[in-house]
Design a protein. Structure first.
Length: 640
């Protein structure tokens, strides 16, 4: 949306009506179906206005040109009135999928001189209201001041632009307007205006080389600016997608979907004119970035990745890797205090990657900017809440020797911090009497002296850099040389025992399974009724089987993973040994089978198991096999 000052003073400030020319240039560069354009012309009143309209057709563009060219310049200046009407027209045409912006062109500040009932205060209130509306709607206002006679208020124009996310330009000559408006247009399509050449025209045909760096531009605009538009231009480029547009102050050559290469541009300008030739490429690509983890942790390195996506049809990674040549990317991280960090990312040739460590718990925003010679892209900042985790104890015990008069223990081996924070330590009991020795903490070292043999605990508090802490009892064992001798003796006995065990458990004949099992499911998690199940143990060739394997043999659909850690083993004298490593409730008869303990079952005894879900329960009965069955292997007990 253009907001144009058409007060009487503009007749002197912009004699050649370059302001209207730049609107024409905007239309010529933005003739695609996604662009809409409108304008408001104001002095101390609204003299003309056109709401945002589709300019993809030549008829629409010609109609808008006629409206702009017909503007009359008279009266005084009411800046707030013009901005208010422009903002209102933007609001009426706003949709979520479009990115509106406003361009204000003025040669002076508000000057009413009693021409209306409005006052400068009224105009100022309108300016403030428009700034507020732009901030809420999220669109920028670019301000361009023509300061030929010094009546422009640069500070006010700069404030309007800065508070809405736009840019401000002040110039003393209307001849600068085409280049200024080119830069505004480039900023909106996130492209960079590339200077191709600046040549003094001779009046004859002259030649420059235009470099198209890749084949991913949606369109390329070759803009030739001079006091008098070039009279002729030719681009040696074999395509029907090239159009040439000529106006009083500029000439524009537009190429749709150009291909990579260097091309000769020939032109003829008026002798003595300085012809500035610029290239403005429009890329239909977007930046996509992500963290390699969904749950970032403070103090741990996190990988960030980014790439460019083609937005032509369905978003997908671009195939033309030439686009990545010369690109640089930065990860932009801002904590709640607003002190932004910029971290360069590595260009891999097909994307960008880099690492960052969030140093403290805070609410951060992170974003990304990709910069190249002829375009840039940014992603919308993403919020991430980084929290601090308290340190944890490793659970390891301290084992010391009484024979060492002084012993230093590194407490970092007994605590861990997920955020890699440095830890500070204190004795939680304040240094009260300890039976096994004297202890003090210096830094991360626990210094022991005057040790006595025995076992005890010591209470230590570990605190991280943000004040999170844990207090834990560390088990303490202190031995002497005599105990070491006893230990080695014990190891010798263990070795002898191992040899005996080798004979007993490996070489000596082992018991085999006898009898059978009857299984009664008393309850299941899903309420399913399961019939009584029989397992003939004599059919098993092994000496040990898990309850899970028995369930699988009978195709029982009950899902209790811990059944794989409940084992049945053939015992002596036709007993059945029961052992488990679970949190289940296991009872033989009336005797509880503790975790990692073994109980022997005799014939006709019952085993009750309540599984970890607290619902599923089974009763298992150990029975002898009657001699009449064909799988009977005998009940004669092995001699001992």
């Amino acid at each position: 949306m253009f907001v144009l000052d058409v007060s009487y003073s503009m007749n002197e400030t912009d004699k050649d009506r370059i302001a209207e020319e730049v609107i024409h240039m905007f239309m010529d560069m933005s003739s695609g179906p996604k662009t809409r354009l409108g304008f408001v012309a104001y002095n101390d009143k609204i003299t003309s206005s056109v709401p945002l309209m589709d300019i993809s057709s030549s008829g629409a563009r010609n109609n808008l040109r006629s409206r702009v060219d017909g503007l009359k310049r008279s009266g005084y200046t009411d800046l707030g009135l013009g901005l208010r009407r422009g903002s209102s027209l933007l609001e009426q045409s706003q949709t979520d999928k479009r990115k509106p912006f406003m361009i204000l062109l003025s040669d002076g500040e508000t000057d009413l001189r009693g021409s209306t009932s409005r006052t400068p205060a009224d105009s100022s209130k309108d300016v403030e209201k428009v700034i507020e509306m732009a901030q809420q709607a999220g669109y920028p206002i670019y301000t361009v001041g023509l300061n030929r006679d010094g009546t422009v208020n640069p500070a006010e124009l700069e404030r309007i632009a800065k508070e809405t996310g736009g840019s401000s330009f002040i110039t003393g000559s209307a001849d600068d307007l085409p280049e200024i408006f080119n830069r505004i247009f480039a900023d909106q399509i996130q492209s960079v205006l590339v200077s191709v050449a600046a040549v003094t025209a001779t009046g004859a045909m002259q030649e420059v080389t235009v470099d198209i760096p890749n084949s991913s531009m949606a369109d390329a605009n070759i803009i030739m600016l001079s006091d008098h538009a070039v009279s002729e231009a030719q681009l040696y480029y074999q395509s029907s997608n090239v159009s040439f547009i000529r106006s009083d102050k500029y000439a524009l050559m537009k190429i749709i979907r150009p291909v990579k290469g260097q091309f000769k541009l020939k032109f003829k300008g008026r002798s003595g004119d300085l012809v500035k030739i610029n290239l403005l490429g429009n890329y239909n690509v977007s930046a996509v970035a992500n963290m390699a983890t969904e749950q970032p942790v403070k103090g741990k390195s996190i990988t960030f990745e980014a790439s460019l996506y083609d937005q032509a049809v369905d978003p997908k990674p671009i195939k033309d890797l030439d686009v990545y040549k010369g690109l640089e990317a930065e990860l932009i991280v801002t904590p709640s205090d607003g002190k932004t960090e910029r971290i360069p990312l590595t260009n891999t040739g097909s994307g960008f990657t880099g690492k960052y460590t969030f140093p403290k718990s805070d609410l951060y925003t992170w974003g990304l900017r990709i910069d190249g010679p002829d375009f840039y892209r940014e992603i919308t900042p993403v919020e991430v809440d980084i929290t601090n985790q308290a340190p944890v104890a490793t659970g390891e015990s301290m084992v010391l020797s009484k024979d060492d008069s002084n012993t230093d223990i590194d407490l970092n081996n007994y605590f861990r911090d997920a955020n890699n924070d440095p830890l500070t330590y204190v004795l939680a009991d304040g240094g009260s009497e300890r039976k096994l020795g004297d202890a003090v903490i210096e830094g991360n070292l626990l210094r022991w002296s005057s040790l006595h043999t025995g076992s005890s605990t010591i209470k230590v508090t570990a605190t991280d850099s943000e004040g999170a802490s844990i207090t834990t009892d560390i088990s303490l064992q202190i031995h002497s040389l005599r105990e070491k001798v006893l230990l080695y003796t014990g190891l010798g006995l263990l070795l002898a025992g191992a040899i005996f065990a080798l004979y007993w458990f490996v070489l000596k004949p082992k018991p085999i399974f006898r009898g059978r099992l009857e299984g009664y499911f008393l309850a299941t998690a899903n309420g399913e009724d399961i019939p009584v199940t029989n397992w003939p143990l004599t059919s098993l060739e092994r000496r040990k089987v898990s309850l899970s394997e028995l369930f699988d043999r009978m195709d029982i659909g009950v899902k209790v993973p811990e059944a794989g850690r409940i084992w049945l083993e053939a015992g002596k004298k036709e007993t059945l040994l029961v052992r488990h490593d679970t949190n289940c409730t296991v009872v033989r008869g009336r005797t509880s089978v503790k975790r990692r303990h073994t109980e022997a079952m005799e014939y006709n005894e019952k085993l009750y198991i309540t599984f970890e879900d607290g619902v599923t329960e089974i009763e298992i009965r150990y029975k002898a096999i009657k001699p009449s069955t064909n799988i009977y292997v005998g009940q004669k007990r092995d001699p001992q």
